[in-house]
Design a protein. Sequence first.
Length: 228
Amino acid sequence: MNLKNILHDSLPTYITTLPYSKVKTKFRPFLVKEEKKLLILEETSNKKEIYNGIVEVLNSCYENIDFSKIPIFEVEYCFLKLRAKSVGEIITPKITCPVTKENHVVEIDLNKLELNIPKQDNIIAVGKNLKIKLKYPTVNDISELSKNINDLIANCIVYFETPDEKAEASNFSKEEIIDFLDHLTVEYYQKILEFFENMPSSPITVNYTTQDGVQRSLVLKNLKDFFS
């Protein structure tokens, strides 16, 4: 009798379609050993280490998806959905009121979580005769977030295009692309930043009352917001 196999065969499974990638998959709840790994991650402030650990758990629980290669916002969304099926739909993060600086514990129902996908063009004009195609960052790109923003942008450029030719970004060194970004006008550079600022997210509005009796609200949309 193989007890581990018996347990594995009895695990519940859920079918879902990733809202951005449109990939249909199945997943199971995470196990005690995987929860222990996630608890250890709560003790670190290293963003790359946190996301790599989350991806490892997701790759174990979801079928036929490499979470290191999908956009970071979809990694966060799938993790929250996995957490809901594994531990419970209700979480109670602590928030800090941006006005009064008071701490409040709020209740969030993860079943109400949806991925908000704004319409935006990922092909951006950065000159009279030059366009670039951008992609959303993946976990493999996330290590650059603690560095200059241009490191991340350089990782997310797919190709450069003029009316006469198209060149893959992989044909250029990271240094060449960063130098290119440094020579853009502020107007064109801002268009690139707006692409990343408007990435899809999973916002939830929480309501609370501060000590002065005022009812206030706050929008949570990053993974760290849900587990503060």
